[in-house]
Structure formats: structure tokens, C-alpha cells
Design a protein around this ligand. Structure first.
Ligand SMILES: *Cc1c(COP(=O)(O)O)cnc(C)c1O
Length: 396
């Protein structure tokens, strides 16, 4: 790990403390300026002189948010691209025909769709395994063919925990050329640092907690080695997937409040998980002591986050609960300051075929809650009323 990753202050402070020197602004602007330009004038006919020439290749506002995120993620280098799926797409360009990918079996729906495309069109084999069992990953490791091991922890929507540290160590021991890649969207860099746990690449949907307000789409990729950084930069520049100046600026603004948002959302989520568990419902949340992976998650992350899911045992009842909520917006996605409720099998994960959902034991009645920053009593009161209207006998 390079010294560039060393932090002077605690993460909550580092998030707010932006090094404006990464942008040489003539007017000492307190907020990094938006360089809304496609091209930059050069000093000479041979094109030399300027640090920037064309915004596909580089833009000062993008550089500022990338430098800030590299610091937060303790990465050698970080890149921002147009969406979270673009982040995965960029990483997948490092895989060649004939090579193999090992990935989880409870992945984000869009990830599943892109991996299926790659498997069908690019001559790459994708093994979907239960990454909560290290042995299931080990069985598929091939010292020659394995190129990527793609993990999410906690997974979404079943909130399953993978032992990232142990898996990364085993993968590197058996397949020195393989890259361990973690989609860390659910935890955000505030709660979990996977590069320190042995991942080679960590990526995020910046659309979620990093931006925090559901007003932009972005993807973030951080990596540990300069060599991998060069490969990633080549793809981003070649394909033109870098984030535009205005969205880069919005993302930087969002990141500054990641700490307080996450603390509040998490504390609300903890109270809601306890409330639902007290109703006798099956609740999936790594902040509950009843969660079999409670200790493992604590060893990987500094908190359980703000997404949880629960089962009611009845699809129609779940639908009534979702539709009965007033304060909770029915929406896909998470990471916003507003609380959201959804049924993954009908919404975010509907792109996974029904029989595959069944195979992966994704309950059709599952309700996902993405907890925001509202007052927890209002959130619980609204849930109570939705549960009662749906026929659940709620205990006070
Ligand atoms: C939302 C999400 C993505 C995709 O990100 P977009 O910004 O929507 O493209 C990938 N992984 C996880 C875990 C997500 O939640």
C-alpha cells in the first residue's frame, strides 16, 4: 500500500477536508470549480504544454474528485466513471477470452445481467457460487484461467456476508495473476475498506451513498497497484466512460457529507431492524446479534450499514405492506437520504429469471428497506401502520 493512502485524520474529517491544491485555481475558490469544457487550449503547435487537452482523457474537476476518493479509499489511484455498471464494465475489460470469473450468487441484478452478457458474447466463463463459503470459491480457482473473483459483502438483498480477507488471501495464494474485485457499494468507503483487506480493486455505484441524494449517477473504481491503475485508465480513456465535470462536482459535494449521513442512516436502520425482529419477522441485517455472520461482519466493517430486508411469508401481504407505506418511497436503489421500500424480486432483481431466483433462494416475498435520515419514530410509525393495514398483528 502506498503512503498516498495514509490518513492524517479520522475518516469523518478526511471526507470534509478536500485538498484544493489538486486543482490549480487562480482565485482560491473554496469549492472546487466546475471546468465545464471539452477541450483545453495548448501552448504550442506540437500540442505540448498543458496538463489537460481533452476532457475524455482528463478534466480538472474529475481529477479533484478522483484524488479525494483515492485518499478516502486508501487507493493507489481512483477513477470516476458514468455509472456503477460502467465501473464494472471497465473492470471486465481486463478479462480476455478463455479466462474465467468467479462471482457471487446473490449479486446486484445489473451485475448479473452484465456478467451473463460477457459469458454469452465474450468467451468468458462465469462461475456463480455462494461466496459466503470460502470453499465454494476455492473449488473454482484455476491458476491459469481465473482472472477475476468478484465479491459483494453484504450482498443485496439477502444481506449475506463473505469473508473478503480470507478469500483474497486464498485467491492470491493459488492464482497470483487473478484480481480480487469487491463491489463495496452497500458499505461505502466510510464503513468498509476492502483494499486493506486484500482486494485488488474496489468499486462503487457512486449513485448510492457517495452521492447520497439520488440526483446523479456515477461509478467509482479504486485500485491498489499502479499497474492495474494504468490498465483501468487506458480503458476509461479509450472508451470515453469518464464522469463529466458537472457530475464530478456533484459527486464531490455528496462525498463531504457521507460520514454524517451514514451514521444517521445506520442508527435509524438499527432501530428499525430491532422493531421488525420484535414482531417475529425474519430480518436480514448484519447489525442484529441473531445474524449468524454478526461477528464476521464486525471484523470486516465498522458498522452494519443502512439496508435491511425481511420476509413476511406471503407475497400478497408483502405487496400490501409496500403499497401501504406513506413515508417510505417505493423505489429501486438505496443510499439516498430518503427512506425507500421495495420488493427486490419484482423490482431491482426482476432481471434475474424466476427460476434462477428460486435456485438462489431469493424469497419472492422479501421486502427491502433502505433507511434514510428521517426521524426514526416517524419511520417506525409509518411501518407500523403499513404492517397493520396489511394484516400483521403489530406489538407495541
Ligand atoms: C446500484 C448498484 C450498482 C450499479 O450502479 P449504477 O450506478 O446504478 O449503475 C452496482 N452494484 C450495486 C451493489 C448497486 O447497488
Amino acid at each position: 500500500m502506498s503512503d498516498a493512502g495514509a490518513h492524517k485524520y479520522r475518516l469523518a474529517t478526511e471526507l470534509v477536508h478536500i485538498d484544493c491544491d489538486s486543482v490549480k485555481d487562480n482565485y482560491n475558490a473554496a469549492s472546487v470549480p466546475i471546468y465545464q469544457t471539452a477541450t483545453f487550449k495548448q501552448h504550442s503547435a506540437d500540442g505540448s504544454g498543458g496538463e489537460y487537452d481533452y476532457s475524455r482523457s482528463g478534466n480538472p474537476t474529475r481529477t479533484a474528485v478522483e484524488a479525494h476518493l483515492a485518499k478516502i479509499m486508501r487507493a493507489e489511484r481512483a477513477f470516476v466513471v458514468s455509472t456503477g455498471m460502467t465501473a464494472l464494465d471497465v473492470v471486465l475489460r481486463l478479462v480476455k477470452t478463455g479466462q474465467e470469473i468467479i462471482a457471487g450468487d446473490d449479486l446486484y441484478g445489473g451485475t448479473n445481467r452484465l456478467l451473463t452478457y460477457v459469458a454469452q458474447h465474450c468467451g468468458v466463463k462465469v462461475h456463480n457460487v455462494d461466496t459466503t463459503e470460502v470453499a465454494r470459491v476455492e473449488e473454482r480457482l484455476d491458476p491459469v484461467k481465473t482472472r477475476l473473483v468478484l465479491l459483494e459483502s453484504p450482498t443485496n438483498p439477502l444481506i449475506k456476508i463473505a469473508d473478503i480477507r480470507t478469500i483474497a488471501a486464498r485467491v492470491h495464494a493459488v492464482c497470483p495473476a487473478a484480481l480480487v474485485v469487491v463491489d463495496n457499494t452497500m458499505m461505502s468507503p466510510y464503513l468498509q475498506n476492502t483494499l486493506e483487506q486484500g482486494a485488488d480493486i474496489e468499486y462503487h455505484s457512486g449513485t448510492k451513498y457517495l452521492a447520497g441524494h439520488h440526483d446523479l449517477m456515477a461509478g467509482v473504481i479504486g485500485c491498489r497497484s499502479a499497474e492495474v491503475a494504468e490498465q483501468l485508465y487506458f480503458v476509461i480513456n479509450a472508451s470515453g466512460s469518464g464522469l463529466g465535470p458537472f457530475d464530478s462536482w456533484l459527486l464531490l459535494r455528496g462525498v463531504k457529507t457521507l460520514g454524517i449521513r451514514m451514521e444517521k442512516q445506520q442508527s435509524n436502520a438499527q432501530q428499525i431492524a430491532a422493531f421488525l425482529e420484535a414482531q417475529g419477522l425474519t430480518v436480514h441485517y448484519p447489525g442484529l446479534k441473531s445474524n449468524p455472520r454478526y461477528e464476521l461482519h464486525r471484523s470486516l466493517a465498522s458498522g452494519p450499514g443502512a439496508v435491511l430486508s425481511f420476509e413476511t411469508g406471503d407475497v400478497a401481504m408483502s405487496e400490501r405492506i409496500v403499497e401501504g407505506a406513506r413515508l417510505w418511497g417505493i423505489s429501486v436503489s438505496f443510499g439516498c437520504i430518503n427512506s425507500l421500500i421495495s420488493m427486490p424480486c419484482k423490482m431491482s432483481h426482476a432481471s434475474i429469471p424466476a427460476e434462477v431466483r428460486k435456485q438462489r433462494r431469493l424469497p419472492e416475498d422479501l421486502i427491502r428497506l433502505c433507511v434514510g435520515i428521517e426521524h426514526p419514530d416517524d419511520l417506525i410509525a409509518d411501518l407500523t401502520s403499513a404492517l397493520r393495514k396489511a394484516g400483521v398483528n403489530v406489538k407495541e
